[in-house]
Design a binder for this molecule. Structure first.
Ligand SMILES: N[C@@H](CCC(=O)N[C@@H](CS)C(=O)NCC(=O)O)C(=O)O
Length: 205
């Protein structure tokens, strides 16, 4: 049976959008990305989809789902239940949730914000965000030294959630050279079937 196409409201350079694209691609769910730049996000029509005015929003199964990590949970529970992407075993589930929280916390306020400032989509001093990013990367480096993936021995949605702002961190002025275990983990994600890359940001003026 042909699968209904999902509609993903987002932008090409949004890591929050990219983590959803990664899972849709890896689950082989057909989807179409509808551009939602700032002026679209401010519209009444978009605010009906997500009153917070944030991307991504996924229209799927007659629903409009907001929040990238919530969307990842929905997609696995709905289309790949019982899979390695989101395990049921209590400790594994807690480890996944820990990294989803980090994705919405240190990852957002570190590498994601540093990159938004560097790309001009946010104003401010990048130094505090870069400091948070270095702290997070030092922890990830130590954590990944003897592990293939962040939460379990297999890839989970936690890896996809974190990938999308660690991979482009250099665009925010954060070098990844000092973190070989993190770089090896990035390459592992990129080698997964159906991986889709985020396009590089245009050079800043
Ligand atoms: N917690 C949200 C955060 C999403 C988010 O911050 N998206 C940014 C773009 S990458 C956005 O829409 N910013 C506009 C705004 O916050 O007004 C999620 O995970 O989806």
């Amino acid at each position: 049976m042909e699968q209904a196409e999902c509609i993903l409201h987002g932008t090409a350079l949004s890591g929050h959008t990219h983590r959803v694209e990664l899972l849709l691609a890896m689950l082989e769910r057909p989807y179409r990305r509808v551009p939602a730049p700032a002026e679209v996000r401010a519209s009444a029509a978009f605010r009906r989809l997500n009153p917070l005015g944030q991307i991504p929003v996924l229209e799927v199964d007659g629903l409009a789902l907001a929040d990238s990590n919530a969307i990842l949970v929905y997609l696995v529970r709905r289309y790949a239940p019982g899979s390695h992407w989101l395990p049921d075993e209590p400790l594994a589930a807690a480890q996944v949730q820990r990294w989803l929280s980090i994705a919405a916390g240190e990852l957002m306020y570190g590498p994601a914000i540093a990159r938004m400032i560097a790309l001009g989509s946010k104003q401010g001093d990048p130094a505090p965000a870069r400091a948070i990013a270095q702290h997070l990367l030092a922890f990830m480096e130590q954590h990944l030294t003897d592990r293939p993936y962040l939460a379990t021995a297999q890839p989970t949605i936690a890896d996809l959630a974190c990938y999308s702002y660690i991979a482009p961190a250099p665009e925010g002025g954060i070098a990844l050279e000092p973190y070989p275990a993190v770089r090896a983990w990035l390459r592992r994600i990129e080698a997964l079937p159906h991986f889709v890359a985020m396009p590089p940001a245009p050079p800043s003026r």
